[in-house]
Design a protein around this ligand. Structure first.
Ligand code: C2E
Ligand code: CA
Ligand code: CA
Length: 603
């Protein structure tokens, strides 16, 4: 029978004494109790026997040559699992000093010599029993501590841990007059990624993000881990960082004793750069960019609640600014939470009370000046007739999920609006609707859309403008959806191209017809960098056989530059602002070519 099997079943007792007579007697007594005996002649042998066999209990004579029992006991306690093995030391009678010393180095129990052999076996049994109970208790306790203070998915400290640590750091920093930085990280579009790849893989992805976060932070400085109950404690007066998962897709890094504010920014920038690199999940390459908010004590508050709230506001602002951004808290952010709430409330009411309407912005062929389409844009009129920009309310609608209801309203409205235009416009004119990523991930979205906007039921060509974020989710599901949309007759455009992180070569695999160059790039035409960028985008787009639309064209010079470099379609205030449905018939007759061909600056 292989030894290991035998050893697994039987309790192993290590008897360590330099007196062979003692070892022999001990063996007899212990074996009589059905246990297995290992022997060692001195402390050194005891240690190596412990390492090799991991005995269940150690009988240790104190007085031995080489390494004595007390030293051996101390060293075994320091070995892996050495803190939980019961150790019985054998001392001279009435030697209370040695007994005390024995307990100090970790002995569990003692026996005085001469040993009462008739009782030894039974004593050992009882010791093992109580040691077992004690170890169970200890395991339960550490499990409890783990559950209380750690996130089971990523093994990072959890929110409870975080709050206690932040509180402690803030107290330390106020007595030591040092700073504490709180870096709050939210993953952009994680909800959608999660829906696209499935929750299980979403969890795997969070795990990968957590791992990467740990690697990056560890490369930047010492990682503290003195969560409540941790055995290791860190010097609270030196620079260190601490990571937690606050829940969902939210992580935090507490920076203790940074050099200055720039130091925190450097760390944050590095985090952003490293986190937004592609992650490999099974065969899938995923990009999850972070939006990061920073609050610093004492300048942004000294209470943990305030620092956390302010860092939170900074994250929201970062997301609003376009994701993969860093935002440091400032006072102006305090009002925005309240503003968001008012907007959300207003949007809900408007959904019931008809507070929305659509406007249409012409898109014109760059060479011929012919009207080729319209972008459909949402407008929101307040009860007091004030208008709020979609750039402000759309992000709120996305954050609160209201965008799906609003999106449904838009599709129904477009359908109604367009049926009245058959006499005014030729059928090849394309109407392009903006699609929020949240709408796209809705499971019933395609069916809904099929009902309200099916191309063959409408007199015009239909287009959808999707942001890079949607495309970049890259899950099989979203790829399928894109093909389905195309099959329904929609032309697909990538909106705001250049502001996201997709590369054209990556986009090649997606069924896309049109690329919309973001307004910010058009705005830069005239500067050497701006010109070069537009040329590069147009060149690549042509190479891929895509149609290009430039948005935000405001000057004839921009129109010329775009046209001369091969841009197909122009949209912008130069040609027309978005117009009401009732103005479309007038717009259709406009001589667009004259607007950019009669260039006043030309000789
Ligand atoms: P976008 O999709 O990039 O839309 C183009 C924006 O540029 C529109 O702003 C348009 O009015 C504006 N624009 C067009 N030409 C010019 C120009 O020459 N100069 C300047 N400065 N601006 C120009 P708008 O209507 O305020 O919309 C802002 C954003 O709100 C849109 O950006 C889009 O992301 C979102 N949005 C608007 N309508 C909808 C909608 O129906 N659904 C969804 N999901 N989002 C919408
Ligand atoms: Ca758009
Ligand atoms: Ca844009």
């Amino acid at each position: 029978m292989p030894e290991s099997v035998e050893l697994n079943k039987t309790l192993k007792i290590l008897v360590c004494d330099d007196d062979p007579m003692v070892r022999l007697l001990a063996r007899e007594c212990i074996e009589a109790e059905g246990m297995l005996v290992l022997e060692a002649e001195d402390g050194l042998e005891a240690i190596s026997a412990y390492k090799e066999h991991q005995p269940d209990l150690i009988f240790l004579d104190v007085d031995m040559p080489e390494l004595d029992g007390l030293q051996a006991c101390e060293q075994i306690r320091a070995l892996p699992h050495g803190d939980s093995v019961p150790i019985l030391i054998a001392t001279g009678a009435e030697d209370s000093e040695t007994i005390d010393a024995g307990f100090r180095v970790g002995a569990t129990q003692y026996k005085t010599k001469p040993i009462n052999w008739t009782l030894l076996g039974r004593d050992i049994r009882y010791m093992l029993k109580s040691a077992h109970a004690f170890n169970e208790l200890k395991a339960q306790e550490s499990r409890l501590r783990y559950l209380a203070y750690f996130d089971h998915l990523t093994d990072l400290p959890n929110r409870r841990s975080f709050v206690e640590r932040l509180r402690k750091c803030l107290i330390d920093s106020s007595t030591q007059k040092t700073a504490v930085g709180l870096i709050l990280i939210g993953l952009d579009n994680f909800k959608r990624v999660n829906e696209a790849i499935g929750h299980e893989r979403g969890d795997d992805l969070l795990h990968l993000v957590a791992d990467r976060l740990q690697t990056v932070v560890a490369s930047l400085g010492p990682l503290a881990s003195d969560y409540p109950g941790a055995e290791k404690h860190f010097d609270s007066s030196t620079f260190s960082m601490e990571i937690s998962r606050l829940g969902g897709d939210e992580f935090s890094v507490i920076v203790r004793n940074p050099r200055d504010e720039n130091h925190i920014l450097e760390i944050t920038e590095c985090l952003r750069d490293k986190l937004s690199q592609p992650l490999l999940l099974n065969e899938l390459s995923l990009v999850v960019t972070p939006s990061i908010g920073i609050a610093i004590a004492p300048q942004h508050g000294t209470a943990p609640e305030a620092i956390l709230r302010h860092a939170d506001a900074a994250v929201s602002a970062a997301k609003l600014e376009g994701r993969n951004r860093i935002r440091v808290f400032d006072a102006s952010l305090e009002e925005s939470a309240e503003r968001d709430f008012l907007i959300e409330d207003g949007l809900r009411q408007s959904l019931e009370k008809d507070g929305f309407y659509l406007v249409y912005q012409p898109q014109v062929n760059a060479l011929t000046g012919k009207l080729v389409g319209f972008e459909v844009l949402l407008r929101w009129r307040q009860p007091d007739h004030q208008e709020i920009s979609p750039a402000i309310f759309i992000p709120v609608a996305e954050r609160t999920g209201l965008i799906t209801q609003i999106g449904d309203w838009i599709f129904r409205q477009v359908h109604g609006d367009l049926t009245g235009l058959t006499d005014v416009l030729p059928p090849e004119v394309r109407f392009s609707v903006n699609l929020s990523p949240l709408q796209f991930t809705q499971s019933n979205f395609i069916t809904q859309l099929g009902h309200s906007l099916r191309h063959n039921e409408l007199p015009f060509q239909m287009g959808l403008e999707l942001t890079e974020g949607v495309i970049m989710q890259s899950g099989v599901q979203s790829l399928e959806k894109l093909f389905e949309l195309r099959a329904l007759g929609f032309k697909l455009a990538i909106d705001d191209f250049g502001t996201g992180y997709s590369s054209l070569s990556y986009l090649r695999q997606f069924p896309i017809d049109t690329l919309k160059i973001d307004r910010s790039f058009v705005n830069d035409i005239g500067s050497p960098d701006g010109d070069a960028l537009i040329k590069a985008i147009l060149g690549m787009s042509q190479a891929m056989g895509l149609e290009t639309v430039a948005e935000g064209v405001e000057t004839a010079a921009q129109a010329h530059f775009l046209r001369d470099n091969g841009c197909h379609v122009l949209q912008g205030f130069l040609l027309s602002r978005p117009c009401l449905l009732s103005d479309i018939s007038n717009v259709a007759k406009m001589p667009f070519l004259t607007l950019f061909d009669n260039d006043p600056s030309a000789p």
